[in-house]
Each structure stands twice: as C-alpha cells, then as structure tokens.
Design a protein around this ligand. Structure first.
Ligand SMILES: Cc1cc2nc3c(=O)[nH]c(=O)nc-3n(C[C@H](O)[C@H](O)[C@H](O)COP(=O)(O)OP(=O)(O)OC[C@H]3O[C@@H](n4cnc5c(N)ncnc54)[C@H](O)[C@@H]3O)c2cc1C
Length: 291
C-alpha cells in the first residue's frame, strides 16, 4: 500500500515548527520517520502535511548541564547508546535503548522525541525515563513546559502533548551518587517490541556502599503506559544488594499490581505478562549490578 498524498514543509527552528503546526491544519511532525512512515503506508494516519523537524539544530545534541544531562529530541538511538556521558550519569537509558529492535538502520535515524511522542506500550524509552525520573521539555504556542515523565505518558499511544506542541528535549538529573542501571526485555518475536521490559535505576548511599538509597524500577509492556513497580522498589530501599534482597524484590514485584490494568492483547495475555514480571525484575536487577 502507498501513503495518501501529502504536502511537505521543512521547519527551520523550534519556533518555526510551532508556527507551522498552528498555521497548517491537519499537519503532523516528522522526525526519524520510523514509526510514522509505516503508519502512513498502512493508511492508519493520513495527515494533509508533514512538517519535517529533522533539520532543526536546536533539537540535536546530548550535553551535560548544571543539574545533569539534556538530551535533544532528535538524538538518535545510536547517539544515546554510544554516549559516554549517559553511560556515566544515567546508565539505565543506554542499557534500555540498546535493546530496541530494528537493527542499525533504525538506530541511526529513529529519535528519542519520536519514540516518546508515539508512546507505544511496547516501546523501550518510557520505562527507562520513568525509572530515571526524567523531565520532558515541551514547546508550544504558550511557550515552554517541563513535564515529569510520570505525567507525560498517560495511555497506550497517548501523551500529555497538546495541539501545536513538540518535544524539544529530555532532562535527567545527576544525583551525584554511585548509580547503576539495567534493562531486561522479553521481546515479542514478530515486532521486536517489549512483551515486558524492566528498567532499573539504583542509587547507593556512597561510592563504596552496596546499600541502596533509592531504587527505581519501571515496566514497559505491562500496562497501557510505563509504570513504576513500587513494591519491588520498597523491598530494596535501605538494604544491601545481595542475592537475597534481589529475590525479595522479584517476589514482591506483583504485590501492588492492578490486575485489571495489565495489558491483554494478541501479542501476549495478561496472565503471561504477570508471570514474567518477577523474573524480569530479578533479571533487570542482576544486569544493573553487573554493569
Ligand atoms: C523495525 C522497527 C523496529 C522497532 N523496534 C522498536 C523497539 O523494539 N523498541 C522501541 O522502543 N521502538 C522500536 N521501534 C520504534 C523506533 O525505535 C522509533 O522510536 C520510532 O520509530 C519513533 O521515532 P522516529 O524518530 O522515527 O519518529 P517518527 O516516526 O518521525 O514520529 C513518530 C511520531 O512522533 C511524532 N513526533 C516525532 N518527533 C516529535 C517531537 N519532537 N515532538 C512531538 N512529536 C514528535 C510524529 O508526529 C509521529 O506521530 C522500531 C521501529 C522499527 C521501524
């Protein structure tokens, strides 16, 4: 199938993109095109105009800031997985993004902004951004807004983005503590997306300590949008990381689940996803401490 005919406009700056979104009715942003082009070809979407933002310099780059790191919305998966800065400051993010399917072709062009704006439940960024307590920078006709990842994702393929707004960057704090991160993903064989993907971000009391001061664990693919697994987090907080505490976190993982909210679709049943939760929390913790 071919896409319906559409017009094409190229935005030169963030403010130009916002203006085009406001002025052109029935328009949609184009970043890496790795989600949008297949949707166009299947005629699941048919915008009148595509606004190409890929040439906007301000949306590129991964840079250290006073509070941590700023990741421009056009940063590609490849740039994120090869960033030493991210590896140091927020290791859960490159660990999760390395597990994205599609091969080097996808990793070279697909972007963090496009991934989180699409917000598919099987995508890998949302859980990593919830675990690392990222903030999403959004710009629209009323200026800039900064939204915690916990509020940005609000349903399957749903975000808090309003009309004529775009994601400009993702910011993550450097807690200036020993930190480790890991990601364990059960791939859906056909799409390569997450049946479940568990992101773990651990902070330790001091550089030599194995005592966890803060544990943040989030799941992709478990519910309509990424959720924190708070029962597993509580099982670790204030405790030393040992095989026993990892085991108790894995066993506790399902304690505060909302059974009715677990995804149940043709990719995997709710029962299957529920059965995977504990084992993948265990695996994610093991990966985090071995990284
Ligand atoms: C074969 C294949 C396998 C994949 N496997 C995985 C996987 O395992 N895990 C995973 O997480 N992802 C996977 N993906 C998705 C991919 O990683 C991209 O994240 C996704 O395609 C979106 O990024 P993009 O830059 O291509 O966005 P686009 O396709 O250009 O845009 C996607 C949507 O976001 C909107 N948009 C784009 N940029 C912005 C912005 N800055 N602000 C607001 N809205 C914006 C667009 O209007 C569109 O609605 C896969 C893709 C392919 C093709």
């Amino acid at each position: 199938m071919h896409a319906e005919p559409f017009e094409y406009a190229r935005a030169e700056s963030i403010s130009h993109a916002v203006r085009l979104l406001e002025e052109i009715e029935d328009s949609q942003l184009l970043a890496g095109g790795q989600a949008l082009i297949p949707l166009l070809k299947k005629r699941k979407v048919a915008p009148g105009t595509l606004i190409d933002i890929s040439g906007i310099d301000e949306l590129h780059g991964i840079a250290q800031t006073d509070s941590g790191v700023r990741i421009g919305a056009l940063s590609t998966h490849k740039e994120i997985t090869s960033s030493d800065l991210l590896d140091d400051l927020v290791p859960v993010l490159p660990a999760a993004i390395a597990k994205i399917s599609g091969g080097i072709q996808v990793h070279n062009v697909a972007t963090i902004g496009g991934n989180i704006a699409r917000a598919h439940p099987a995508y890998d960024y949302p859980g990593a951004l919830r675990a690392s307590e990222a903030r999403i920078h959004i710009v629209g006709p009323d200026g800039e807004q900064i939204v915690p990842a916990a509020e940005f994702f609000c349903g399957a393929c749903k975000t808090c983005l309003e009309e004529s707004q775009l994601v400009t960057a993702v910011a993550i704090d450097d807690w200036k503590q020993k930190r480790c991160g890991g990601y364990a993903k059960k791939k859906e064989p056909a799409s390569g997306g997450s049946v479940i993907g568990i992101a773990t971000d651990l902070l330790f009391e001091d550089a030599d300590s194995s005592r966890v001061s803060e544990a943040r664990i989030a799941a992709n693919g478990f519910q309509a949008h990424a959720v924190r697994i708070t029962a597993a987090e509580e099982a670790l907080r204030g405790r030393r990381i040992t095989p026993e505490t990892i085991e108790s976190a894995a066993s506790a993982a399902g304690d505060d689940r909302d059974t009715d909210a677990i995804l149940d679709n043709k990719k995997a049943s709710a029962d299957y996803r529920e059965a995977l939760l504990g084992p993948y929390v265990r695996r994610s913790l093991q990966k985090a401490i071995s990284n």
